[in-house]
Design a binder for this molecule. Sequence first.
Ligand code: DHB
Ligand code: FE
Length: 312
Amino acid sequence: MSVKTMHTPEVKELLEKVAGLNQAGGNERVKTIVHRVMHDVFQIIEDLDITPEEFWSAVYYINELGKNGEAALLAPGLGMDKYLDIRMDAEDEQAGLAGGTPRTIEGPLYVAGAPESEGFARMDDGTQDGETMILTGVVTDQDGQPLPNTLVEVWHADLKGGYSYFDPSQSEYNLRRSIRTDANGRYTAQSIIPSGYGCPPEGATQALLNQLGRHGRRPAHIHYFVSQPGYKHLTTQINLAGDEYTYDDFAFATREELVCDAVRVDDAAAAEQYGLNQPFTKVEFNIQLVASDKPEHQQRHERKRALEDDIA
Ligand code: DHB
Ligand code: FE
């Protein structure tokens, strides 16, 4: 049986009281948002004839999600991070700031304060016997002029798909580095080819994905923050080509310009160039920044990040 009550004065008044619209205090922006959100939730309950059983299972689902700290893991899985990117791309377009290397989602696993070096960094602690990766590229402006002294922050998962800090079995800042580009605008990292990532299989995020008939996998990927005064801050990642999930990422981060080949190099002279005495896999990712003199464009947006408040 489907009943319609949303149009009644009783429900209208209830929503106004819920959002504190009849109170002087509080925050107007929060009131506006809560009023709209609760209106739309009530409307969904009416339109989809949500049963009390469905409603209470959703309430306890949110408890589970929060208990495991998974809300910021679920958000990308539901396309919310991607949607914010779509909006920021459209805003850039409108402001004449489009172009350069495309952004993509940050994900929930950044940790502030990684060791900083110039030109080159070794990222892995040597405890995992992975395929050696040389990750390198040049940061330029839109005319192709190199941008020396650009801060390139890089982080990625280990062979088990886990990230240091969140996976306490890894050493501090394993697979996380901040590299300043050299005089030619180049950064180079030696690391190990990461594995793809999967949501915790017993977690609340995966439980919902299961209900949707979806997997919770990401392809092998490497995260970047790139910053240089006078240029738009860039949050992006590369997805390695040839992964089963390169074009089937549960977090919707893949963009064609951000898919990079991982090229096996067997040549001994090439290895020696990087101080290696064995074959390795090279991943090349050049980055183009877009000029902007607006300070608000030059910083990453604020959100809660591990250890960030301790650093700033
Ligand atoms: C998630 C994990 C990641 O490594 C990432 O880059 C983005 C999202 C997640 O668990 O939601
Ligand atoms: Fe990630």
